[in-house]
Design a protein around this ligand. Structure first.
Ligand code: SIN
Length: 555
């Protein structure tokens, strides 16, 4: 079955839904999402969205904080765009119905929070459920549109590009363009062909590549892997941000304790009650995340402790319950009353700073393929993301992508001829798998090896080990993938393995320590040789043929 839309959006977080709402007046829209519409990393964002809203704040200060936290690798031009355009995008959200907390009786100025690396209070929030407030608002607006069709439980397999149909066109070259994609409906197990004039990749991040992560189960690096296989440029994958404070509890699945708890005065302590952050950074517990996560990792290794403590017991109990109702309640469910006892916390993988290289309008190096949100690399975050800058990036980039995307829609005259060349999916000789244990074993092995060898503190020896293992695993996964009918699990496994390989490659390439990438063998930043991005591109040319469209996936 072929489904044709003007705009195809993969992913349903802030980036995908913002774009959908804005382009739907120009054409038909299809949103492909792996789970249900609201299930995205956006939904779980607690802290908020950073923007200059207070009288004593300025764009210059927001730019400075972002650039300092990014350790010399932020792209200043895009940082300026994001900081300047943020307030207008937030006003649009408020106009759509988003309720951010205000001081006083709810009518006054915004009640702005503070997080690590920010010199001013500038975090708009809706209690500690900011992401859900944004997602809820956008979903309500989406449901009011009749030109947007939603495909839940659908997962992208591979992009269909011009270079995959014509031998003379090189993947990712100037002549290349995205035409559509093969998509698995994982409830019916059928593969559908989606064709579109513009495709937006908004699949979010890849925290599931690590065994401990604050991310939802959907964060399996799908957009990175799908676009990389098609020849899109990918940058700076070595910079994976670890959030310093996730609840330590065997059943909590790395539940996030927002940095805004520290912003309101929460203090990090060792298990013996001693504070330690003052010896790592002048901002103490509110130092940028790379510093805090590395300090906790160091202290845990030194003491042999399994966790450190986040102490909010000196704050007023009613204030904790009012400001952090979700965190308070969730911790209570796990048996911790954070107003009376310090919480056990550990760092966990949180945010992918690298991604698909885009220009300031979200366009990748493959024509008609755009990216926005965590999957994209706009240059905003550099070597370390400033807290709460990510929802901002998704809003700004998706808004800016609209004009360019609409202009491409108007230049789609010969498109039909191209579409006629696309063959339907054919499973070939693949059979049902009788060895699903391979998938679960490999999945586990990748996540463990990434945590142990490519985590907060790295070394060349550990990275080499990880490189060797991931190569073997990828070989095995490809073989499995080729022989058996695809399922959501096999697709995710293949994507996570490729994403892991890209993180390892980036970490091996960068021979210095900077921001989120810390290598014991190169402990210092090396501005002379490494003050630049690491960019990779896959140029392996695989054609989709009428006899076997599945070949596209066998790389
Ligand atoms: C948090 O609330 O600590 C997370 C905010 C972010 O990652 O930007």
């Amino acid at each position: 079955m072929t489904i044709e839309k003007d705009f195809i959006i993969i992913g349903s977080g802030v980036a995908g839904l913002t774009f959908a709402l804005k382009v739907c007046e120009f054409g038909s829209v299809g949103i492909i999402t792996k789970d249900v519409l609201e299930e995205s990393a956006t939904k779980y964002a607690q802290g908020g969205i950073a923007s200059v809203m207070a009288e004593d704040d300025s764009f210059e200060l927001h730019v400075k904080d972002t650039m300092e936290t990014g350790r010399g690798l932020c792209h200043e031009d895009f940082v300026r765009i994001a900081c300047r355009e943020g307030p207008a995008r937030i006003r649009e959200l408020i106009h759509l119905g988003a309720n951010f907390d205000r001081s006083g009786c709810g009518q006054g100025e915004f009640d702005l929070g503070k997080e690590g690396g920010h010199s001013k209070r500038r975090i708009l929030h809706a209690n500690d459920l900011t992401g859900w407030e944004i997602e809820r608002t956008l979903i309500e607006a989406i449901h009011a549109q009749d030109k947007i069709e939603i495909f839940e439980h659908h997962m992208a397999i591979d992009l269909i590009t011009r270079s995959r149909l014509e031998e003379s066109i090189k993947p990712g070259s100037e002549q290349d363009e995205a035409l559509g994609l093969y998509v698995l409906d994982h409830r019916s197990q059928k593969v559908e062909t989606f064709v579109g004039r513009v495709i937006l990749m908004a699949t979010g991040g890849a925290g599931k590549v690590y065994i401990y992560t604050s991310n939802p189960d959907t964060a399996t690096g799908d957009g990175i892997a799908v676009a990389y296989r098609a020849g899109a440029k990918i940058a700076n994958m070595e910079f994976f941000q670890f959030h310093p404070t996730c609840l330590y509890h065997p059943k909590a699945k790395s539940f996030l304790i927002s940095e805004t708890v520290r912003g309101e005065g929460g203090i990090l302590r060792l298990q013996n009650g001693q504070t330690f952050m003052e010896s790592y950074h002048s901002l103490g517990c509110l130092a940028p995340r790379d510093v805090v996560a590395q300090a906790i990792d160091y202290e845990m290794k030194k003491s042999g402790d399994d966790y450190v403590l986040l102490d909010a017991t000196h704050l007023e109990g009613y204030r904790i319950r009012e400001r952090f109702p979700n965190i308070y309640k969730t911790c209570m469910d796990y048996g911790f009353d954070m107003s009376r006892e310090p919480l056990p916390v550990v760092p966990a993988a949180h945010y992918m700073c690298g991604g698909l290289v885009v220009d300031a309008n979200g366009q990748t190096n493959i024509k008609r393929l755009f990216a926005s949100g965590e999957v994209s690399f706009s240059g905003l975050h550099g070597a370390n993301r400033l807290a709460s800058n990510s929802l901002l990036e998704g809003l700004v980039l998706s808004h800016r992508a609209v004009e360019k995307a609409v202009s491409l829609l108007k230049k789609s005259n010969n498109f039909q001829k191209e579409l006629d060349k696309i063959p339907d999916w054919d499973p070939g000789s693949a059979v049902d798998s009788d060895e699903s244990v391979v998938v679960s074993h490999n999945w586990d092995e990748i996540r463990r090896l990434m945590w142990n060898y490519v985590g907060i503190v790295r070394s060349t020896k550990r990275l080499k080990r990880a490189e060797r293992r991931i190569e073997l695993l990828l070989e095995e996964i490809q073989e499995y993938y080729w022989n058996f009918k695809i399922t959501k699990n096999t697709l995710e496994l293949r994507n996570i393995a490729i994403t892991a390989q890209l993180i390892i490659q980036g970490a091996m390439t960068r021979k210095e320590s900077r921001g989120l990438h810390y290598n014991l063998d190169y402990p210092d930043p090396d501005d002379l040789n490494w003050k630049h991005d690491t960019i990779v591109q896959n140029t392996v040319h695989r054609l989709i043929t009428q006899t076997n469209p599945r070949i596209v996936t066998h790389e």
